[in-house]
Design a protein around this ligand. Structure first.
Ligand code: SF4
Length: 250
């Protein structure tokens, strides 16, 4: 799964840019999901007095409204972005206004605005591209509405599969943090495949979801599992060892 974020102030053309990118990705055969960050603090889909609101008031953690047309799952509070992304399995996920994920960013601004760049910004777009062309601070300016194919070509070229924001205490194998690593990849200064997670030899899935494996946990698991199973009758060396178990400890 590849994830990008489109960032910029309200009225800068974020949603129009995203709409065009979604349509172009789908026309190329990709599946697409999206997330819209709402910065209005009082916002809630649920409203006081509705049956779903009453479920929540009674103490239900996750409330679902299911109808013939749609299914809306309502979680409490502001969900961490990586927990939220664990619910997605599309080829691409577009985040609108999200800044706390280690993903490539498209900065958008109004016609006379000033694009807010971050180390993860790789292109400038939005209404700003109606009045500017060429580059902005060394980054290409591409109009997502009139030049969608070019923008999507660049997205596909630059966006690696989802990276995590691993605590440097768990992994600093590349000598930097994940955010700096991705920004260097976007500048063409580092090969994304040198991240140890891209070459992990141990895969952990819980209920079908992949859980990333930092090097020291990978080493412990690998050593413990191979150390224990080699004592079993019938054990023989193999290239791939798979273990599945049901955790019924609760
Ligand atoms: S090697 Fe990968 S996971 Fe580890 S700090 Fe660098 S980018 Fe992050």
């Amino acid at each position: 799964m590849r994830v990008i974020s489109i960032t910029g102030l309200s009225g800068s053309g974020k949603t129009s840019t995203i709409e065009h990118i979604i349509k172009e990705l789908i026309s190329r055969g990709y599946t697409v999901g999206s997330v819209k960050e709402i910065h209005f603090e009082a916002f809630a889909m649920d409203t006081e007095g509705k049956n779903t609101w009453r479920h929540r008031q009674a103490g239900s953690d996750t409330v679902t409204a299911r109808s013939a047309n749609e299914t809306d799952v309502l979680y409490k509070g502001h969900m961490p972005i990586y927990d939220l992304l664990a619910h997605y399995d599309q080829d691409f996920v577009l985040l609108e206004g999200v800044r706390d994920a280690v993903v490539p960013e498209i900065a958008v601004a109004s016609e006379d605005g000033k694009p807010e760049l971050s180390p993860l910004t790789f292109v400038v777009s939005g209404r700003f591209a109606n009045t500017h062309s060429g580059t902005y601070k060394g980054l290409p300016i591409i109009n997502g509405v009139t030049d969608t194919k070019k923008l999507v070509d660049l997205i596909i070229e630059k966006t690696p599969s989802l990276m995590y924001d691993v605590d440097p205490e768990c992994c600093s194998a590349c000598g930097m943090d994940c955010r700096t690593f991705l920004s260097k990849h976007l500048k063409g200064e580092i090969d994304i495949n040198t991240c140890v997670l891209k070459n992990s030899k141990v895969k952990l899935t819980i209920d079908g979801k992949n859980i990333y494996m930092v090097p020291f946990v990978e080493a412990i698991l690998k050593n413990v599992v191979t150390g224990v199973v080699k004592e079993l009758k019938g054990f023989k060396k193999g290239k791939k060892i798979s273990i599945e178990f049901v955790d019924d400890s609760e």
